[in-house]
Design a protein. Structure first.
Lengths: 328, 427
């Protein structure tokens, strides 16, 4: 058992690209779910739109930064389209429609029909040159001990955390504004907010669109790191990574998504490394093969999500008394 | 590291599709490959979206779907004689095998490291020319079959919502569970290898039992702790991952048919070619749906279910044991979902995420009919099934599921409580 190796890889994941990406994604989801009480099960759809919006724009000859804007605007539009039929209804309807939209977006970008733009199942590659051209870091390996990133990854990581903190501060500003007080009031008691003359539908819509745009930013960020978008990346599971991150950090807390993402990716990678090592060490005998590690990790992820929601719905470090969402 | 991040952030699904590949990764991997082209005179057009399955000794070991260029490739573990089957049902409209009996190439020899090219000859038509009427009627029947399966699977979701207020996102995985249990008892080499009809009995009993267990061990304690609706929904999502990926560990990622009724020649049914098993599925489903209807309307338990669904407090105060009613609802719902899964497995194949894929159609059916109403779920199931299948007359087959979402959204805009729902149910 190479414990130090396991810890290094887990930490790498917890401070690296995946944690930064899901911190950003979860900031958006936290605005929708944690602060407004919207059960958006299609967050992956917003991430997809952000990534594809950018990649297609570059593919058509536009600038990557323009593409980033296009992706986020498309996410705002997507929020509008999803919101119109569902936001007047109860939370479970939104959940069903969003999970469906997320899956259908994946099928659409995958389809032959959209292939002239999206390149179908092959996806689009190498569109983020402009991002890496800006990298000021000289060649080298940055970090301590075995935990090092090359200059390329280091640049992605730095930008990721800057964006994560930036979006967090933006959300903090919003939540402490009159707008934020209204959305929290909607989460607590929609009818009360309505009786005070607030246009609940409009506030929910704004929250859905803004959270979606932040989700799109996260999707674009992940795509930049991989220099690749492909339809089969955007499976519903990604939405629930973001959900787990939000719940670990505590829904409706400012820094929850950032903390939650670090904790989540540490644990997730730790589990993976541990099982892989244990498999190599022969702990599982012939019962499990190397291809079983992935599915088992996802099953354990499911158990973790259930446990969190049942016992620690206010976050890993929160208390049940502080529970904000869902007491209706 | 980048690869690892990719793997982490990405996709169980596509990873698992690669299982046979990773098992024999490295240089010189043997594979079977080909290009599907529709040849009309001198014009060759690639045929995408067709499923090809490769089996060894009757055990499917891999499958592929042809891409935009009509190309497909299945990696095989090593040299040997493989059977290659083209799934005729996945051929697009108007394209057929030039020789309908050549959908299976029973003996394809592959040597070490070879990239073996095999060829299926495709041409216009479906052997005998199929007229518009036959196409419409045939799709309608296929839609009825799909609708019957959706209806069976939906009732449980709708009833459970009715009596407990839970929208169970793990319901699709109960469908898979039923199909897998029947597979275990019939086609799996570790099971007793019974006929699939016989295997259905233990599968339904176990699936129903697991449904009851779920209620007693998970949902009842959560209700007693007064967990809110949103918590319960997220927990059901977590549960769906647990069931789905444990099934994947046990049964692996490949789609597999039951041994019985796997291949049937279509018969002429009022002018359209239909495989007999589709008709049997419709008949079985219709009989079960009628039985469920009678159970709900005529028996004391059924009446109690409807009472709890209507108003749980009122039902309790009039002496109904609500917890017992909920338990029975779970058992009935899980059993019906399992039956839906088995019928789906018989007409198509058994796969670890078959229920998850069906879930969107189930949700559409349930909302169309009205959340919480069993009869609404039945009607919704048939409407969705027929609409989705017949939509392929007009839109590309890839958008089948999107059509279901379209129906769902239109319904939410026009009549959110569903066809048979009551207005006050919606927030």
């Amino acid at each position: 058992m190479d414990w130090s190796g396991i810890l290094v890889e887990s930490t790498r994941s917890a401070i690296g690209v995946p944690a930064a990406a899901y911190a950003i994604s979860a900031v958006g989801l936290n605005l929708q779910f944690g602060y407004t009480g919207l059960l958006n099960f299609g967050h992956v759809g917003f991430m997809l739109v952000g990534a594809y919006g950018m990649a297609i724009t570059v593919d058509l000859g536009g600038s990557m930064w323009l593409g980033l804007m296009v992706g986020m605007l498309l996410a705002v539009l997507l929020g509008l389209l999803i919101g119109i039929p569902t936001l007047r209804l109860r939370a479970d309807y939104l959940a069903i429609v969003t999970i469906a939209v997320g899956e259908i977006l994946r099928l659409v970008v995958r389809s032959r029909f959209a292939a002239p733009l999206t390149k179908g199942i092959f996806g689009i590659q190498r569109f983020a040159g402009e991002f890496f051209d800006l990298n000021p870091l000289p060649e080298g390996r940055y970090g301590i001990g075995n935990l090092r990133f090359d200059q390329r990854t280091m640049w992605v990581v730095i930008v990721g955390w800057v964006v994560a903190v930036g979006t967090t501060l933006l959300v903090r500003r919003l939540i402490r504004s009159p707008w934020g007080r209204v959305v929290r009031a909607i989460r607590e008691d929609e009818d009360a907010a309505r009786s005070l003359g607030k246009n609940v539908f409009a506030y929910k819509m704004q929250s859905l669109m803004l959270g979606g745009a932040i989700g799109a930013l996260a999707g674009a960020y992940l795509a930049i790191d991989q220099q690749n978008v492909g339809p089969d990346t955007y499976i519903p599971l990604l939405t629930f990574y973001a959900f787990t991150v939000v719940i670990i950090g505590g829904p409706g807390t400012i820094w929850g998504p950032v903390v939650g993402s670090i904790v989540f990716w540490f644990l997730f990678e730790f589990l993976d490394e541990l099982m892989t090592e244990a498999l190599v060490a022969g702990w599982f005998g012939d019962v499990l093969g190397s291809t079983d590690v992935g599915p088992i990790r996802f099953a354990l992820f499911g158990i973790g999500l259930m446990w969190l929601m049942a016992y620690r719905p206010a976050g890993l470090f929160g208390s049940r008394e502080e529970l904000l969402i869902d007491e209706r | 590291m980048v690869g690892r991040v990719l793997a982490a952030a990405a996709v169980a699904g596509s990873l698992l599709a690669l299982i046979p590949a990773s098992a024999s990764a490295g240089e010189g991997v043997a594979s079977i490959t080909g290009t599907l082209e529709n040849i009309e005179g001198a014009v060759r057009t690639p045929v995408p979206g067709v499923m090809i399955t490769v089996s060894l000794d009757g055990e499917p070991i891999g499958s592929a779907v042809s891409d935009e260029g009509g190309e497909w490739e299945v990696e095989v573990p090593g040299p040997g004689t493989y059977a290659v089957e083209l799934d005729v049902s996945t051929l697009p409209e108007g394209v057929a095998l030039t020789n309908p009996n050549r959908s299976v190439l029973p003996a394809v020899d592959v040597s070490e490291g070879q990239r073996k090219v095999v060829r299926f000859n495709l041409g216009p038509g479906t052997g005998s020319t199929v007229g518009t009427w036959a196409r419409v009627w045939g799709l309608f029947m296929i839609g009825l079959k799909l609708g019957a399966i959706i209806a069976l699977s939906s009732i449980g979701l709708s009833l459970i919502y009715g009596v407990t207020g839970l929208v169970n996102f793990a319901h699709g995985d109960l469908v898979t569970l039923g199909a897998m249990l029947a597979f275990l008892f019939s086609a799996s080499p570790v099971g007793p290898e019974w006929h699939v009809l016989l295997a259905t009995a233990p599968a339904l009993i176990i699936a129903g039992g697991l449904g009851g267990l779920q209620e007693v061990a998970l949902w009842r304690p959560l209700r007693q702790r007064r967990s809110g609706m949103i918590s319960l929904i997220v927990i059901s999502i977590g549960l769906s991952f647990v069931i789905r990926y444990l099934i994947l560990v046990v049964f692996a990622g490949l789609p597999r048919p039951y041994r019985d009724y796997a291949v049937q020649a279509p018969i002429d049914f009022l002018g359209a070619p239909i495989v007999p098993k589709s008709l049997v599925v419709i008949v079985i489903a219709a009989a079960v749906l009628i039985a469920v209807g009678l159970f709900l309307m005529r028996t004391q338990m059924g009446t109690a279910m409807r009472a709890v669904s209507d108003n749980s407090d009122l039902a309790e105060s009039s002496g109904i044991d609500v917890n017992r009613v909920i338990l029975v609802t779970w058992i009935v719902g899980a059993t019906l979902a399992a039956l839906g899964g088995i019928l789906l497995g018989v007409t198509e194949q058994v796969q670890w995420d078959m229920g998850a894929k069906l879930l969107l159609l189930i949700f559409s059916a349930v909302i169309l009919g009205g959340l919480g109403t069993a009869f609404g779920a039945m009607i919704g199931g048939f409407v969705i099934g027929v609409t989705v299948e017949m939509s392929t007359l007009i839109v590309p087959i890839e958008f089948k599921t999107a059509i279901a979402l379209g129906v769902l959204v239109v319904m939410l805009l026009v009549r959110p409580q569903g066809l048979l729902g009551v207005r006050e149910r919606v927030g």
